[in-house]
Design a protein around this ligand. Structure first.
Ligand code: IPM
Ligand code: MG
Length: 366
């Protein structure tokens, strides 16, 4: 039996809707396997700005530093997107959380459930069997480099892309270690034909690779990688890349899995990890109850596996989702044309289906 504390940051938009479902699934797993999951809630993003003026209140950071894992919904609100002058923004909360908890490795698995082969806009024959694990550096690079400023006359702006060898080394080790448990291939993505920071990245990854002689390392320029990803995604096993390249490539890769609504991620470092769907706050559908909760539910499966060492429980959740999809149930984002109305589910109904299958599986096993 495990006893774990989990801080839930529901955040903005569809965040509260999908984290609610993920919590319900965790509670069910807890009951059935005899684990105790204790939930606490904290504010971040637009919700936190509204309540306190601060996108990451110190109370949230305090709670996060004393918990076993964090479940995050999403942050973001359209009122800031077209307002470049906004001094506080929801995303600042997320970036500060990543930095404060030293979550330098963002892990994003790209896998396609068999029954969703036709939900992707890509051809099924190039997708079958895709299994990619992204390692995106998360606390450095152009997201955090200084200087970052606007000139006094407002006519010029600067961001800085900076990496140290230590920063590259620590994420590279994580990627190589993961590759050892998989197909033993790492593809490091950079822009070393242009950027000095990428040349340092490549040199360092080559040095780290010497520790893992069984792993085949390749390097790819980011422009080529973005093309190869949809041309022949099966060529990739572990992909290792920097902060901004990883941000962009994983959104692209989400289309391989049929929808952003299907992808989970883990942000890990040396302390507590954060688990979150890779989709955003989706303000266009927020409050309608139609968001796909599966990415959030898959995020708690990742949490069970990576933070709590409960691999069987994690696999159980994945199998339940697989079965629900096999039965033909879909949320709007993954619905094929001509889907019978009875199979089109809203957020709560989808979560309910997953829970029903879990209950049935567990009744069989006991
Ligand atoms: C992500 C998001 C964030 C990022 C935003 C919300 C700051 O796009 O987690 O991929 O760019 O890292
Ligand atoms: Mg992103």
């Amino acid at each position: 039996m495990s006893q774990k504390k989990i801080v839930v940051i529901a955040g903005d938009g569809i965040g509260p809707e999908v984290t609610h479902c993920a919590q319900e699934v965790l509670k069910l797993i807890g009951t059935q396997y005899g684990h105790q999951f204790q939930f606490d809630h904290a504010l971040m993003g637009h919700a936190a700005i509204e309540a306190t003026g601060d996108p990451l209140p110190s109370e949230t950071l305090e709670k996060c530093s004393q918990t076993d894992a964090i479940l995050l919904g999403a942050v973001g609100h359209p009122m800031y997107d077209n307002n470049p002058g906004a001094k506080v923004r929801p995303e600042q909360g997320l970036l500060k959380l990543r930095k404060s908890l030293e979550l330098f490795a963002n892990i994003r698995p790209i896998k396609l459930f068999d029954d969703l082969l036709d939900s992707s806009s890509l051809k099924p024959e190039i997708l079958q069997g895709v299994d990619i694990l992204f390692f995106r550096e998360l606390t450095s690079g152009i997201y955090f480099g200084a200087p970052r400023e606007r000139s006094s006359n407002g006519e010029e702006a600067i961001d800085t892309l900076r990496y140290t060898k230590d920063e590259v080394r620590r994420i590279a080790h994580k990627a190589f270690k993961a590759a050892m448990t998989r197909r033993k291939m790492v593809c490091s993505v950079d822009k070393a034909n242009v950027l000095e920071s990428s040349r340092l990245w490549r040199e360092t990854v080559n040095e780290v690779a010497e520790t893992y002689p069984e792993v085949t390392l390749s390097h790819m320029f980011v422009d080529n990688a973005s093309m190869q990803l949809i041309r022949d995604p099966r060529q990739f096993d572990v992909v290792l890349t920097g902060n901004m390249f990883g941000d962009i490539l994983t959104d692209e890769a989400s289309q391989i899995a049929g929808s952003m609504g299907m992808l989970a991620s883990a942000s890990t470092g040396t302390k507590t990890s954060v688990y979150e769907p890779i989709h955003g706050s989706a303000p266009d559908i927020a409050g309608k109850g139609i968001a796909n909760p599966l990415a959030a539910i898959l995020s708690v499966a990742l949490m069970l596996d990576l933070s709590f060492g409960l691999e069987a429980e994690a696999r159980q959740i994945e199998q339940a989702i697989d079965e629900v999809l096999r039965k033909g149930y879909r949320t709007a984002d993954i619905a094929e044309e001509g889907l019978p109305e009875a199979k089109l589910l809203n957020t709560l109904q989808m979560s309910e289906q997953v829970q029903q299958v879990l209950k049935a599986q567990m009744a069989l096993n006991s």
